[in-house]
Write a protein that binds this ligand. Structure first.
Ligand code: PMP
Length: 356
């Protein structure tokens, strides 16, 4: 693309700049990154061992069909292997879903604020974003989303739990919504943070997809499984959708390292989910700490919390950075703070208290 269209430029300018790398801590100070919802734990020794084996065959292309990982996922979730598709991170799969379903003149509905990739990948496809504001309680307004459907709607994202608010929609309302969506519209349940959900009322998308051919569930190895740097995500959907995803995947887009580490992680799931349990405990501690300090924080079912800091957002993020924790500011709105190591969470709580 030689020139950026004014519409795309405006869209991109509204997106906060991503700052890669480590936070700039003062000399001698430990720096913690709480800005990308990553898992603070390093890879398990067994996963590393597998990865070191794979490193030896870097002269070879990966298994293009992700055969081993696909069958492991099918077993794990009790679905036919034909209902599974893997991709370059779940954002890669989301991009494929949009490209496969939507183009100029079509509409893609999602809540706002939600995952920042939705407007970007919608724009890239040439389709039009239809953003439906969250309720005042920072939750998806599914009735308003249903009301936003037109004959141009092709795809709807429901981010559950929602990034960046951490809020989740409940089973009864989600089922009611899915029943109201015409069957030729694809509903993507983006469950990147599913393993952190503890509210029993929040449905497992994989149960909802089973008798709904127009529902596609997105999951990732980047969060609970701690493989963000390896870029591997997957979709579970009925055959036509999953087959379309397999056909439109970037050839060799999931490295052998990613495939083997993902399989090793599934096999070490008990240990990894134990770590998730610790993070969920920390989440409760951070949430309660913030509320005791007087902050209004929505209930979160993900590995982050959302603080409405309004006009003070950039200042607040700056103070956090100086204290050695990088958080994710959404200027004028709020900050999203990943639950990290105990020490990192402690620093953040201290900064939040002083800033309040
Ligand atoms: N969906 C949501 C809601 C996310 O927050 C993220 C990561 N920030 C992703 C998808 C993408 O994750 P990945 O591409 O690493 O699988």
């Amino acid at each position: 693309m030689s020139e950026t269209s004014p519409r795309l430029r405006a869209e991109l300018e509204g997106i906060p700049t991503y700052k890669p790398g480590k936070p700039a801590a003062a000399e001698g100070q430990q720096a913690y990154k709480l800005s990308s919802n990553e898992n603070p734990y390093p890879p398990l020794p067994g996963v590393l061992e597998t990865a070191m084996e794979t490193v030896r065959s870097f002269n070879r292309y990966p298994d293009m069909a992700c055969t081993g990982l696909m069958s492991e996922l099918a077993d794990r979730f009790g679905v036919p292997v034909s209902h599974v598709a893997t991709g370059t991170g779940s954002v890669g799969v989301a991009q494929q879903l949009i490209q496969a379903t939507s183009g100029p003149g079509d509409e893609v509905i999602y809540a706002w604020r939600s995952f920042e990739a939705y407007p970007i990948i919608t724009q890239i496809s040439g389709a039009t974003s239809v953003r439906v504001p969250l309720t005042s309680g920072e939750v998806h307004d599914l009735d308003a989303m249903a009301a936003a459907i037109t004959d141009r709607t092709r795809l709807i994202f429901v981010c559950n739990p929602n990034n960046p608010t951490g809020t989740a929609v409940r089973k009864a309302e989600l089922e009611r919504f899915l029943d109201a969506v015409p069957s030729d519209i694809l509903v993507v349940l983006d469950e990147a943070y599913r393993e952190f959900v503890r509210d029993p009322e929040v449905p497992d998308g994989i149960e909802l997809y089973r008798d709904r051919p127009n529902v596609c569930v997105l999951r990732t190895f980047s969060k609970a499984y701690g493989l963000a740097g390896l870029r591997v995500g997957f979709a579970i959907a009925h055959e036509p959708v999953a087959a379309a995803l397999r056909k439109t995947a970037v050839p060799f887009g999931v490295s052998q390292l990613a495939q083997d580490a993902a399989v090793a992680s599934l096999r070490a799931e008990d240990e990894l989910l134990g770590r998730v349990g610790v993070l969920v405990g920390e989440r409760t501690r951070v949430l309660e700490g913030l509320r005791t300090q007087g902050w209004t924080v929505p209930d979160t079912q993900a590995n982050f919390v959302w603080l409405r800091t309004g006009d003070r957002t950039v200042d607040f993020a700056g103070v956090c950075e100086q204290a050695g924790v990088t958080v994710r500011p959404f200027p004028g709105e709020g900050v999203r703070v990943t639950i990290g190591e105990v020490e990192a969470n402690d620093i953040f709580l201290k900064v939040a208290e002083a800033f309040r």
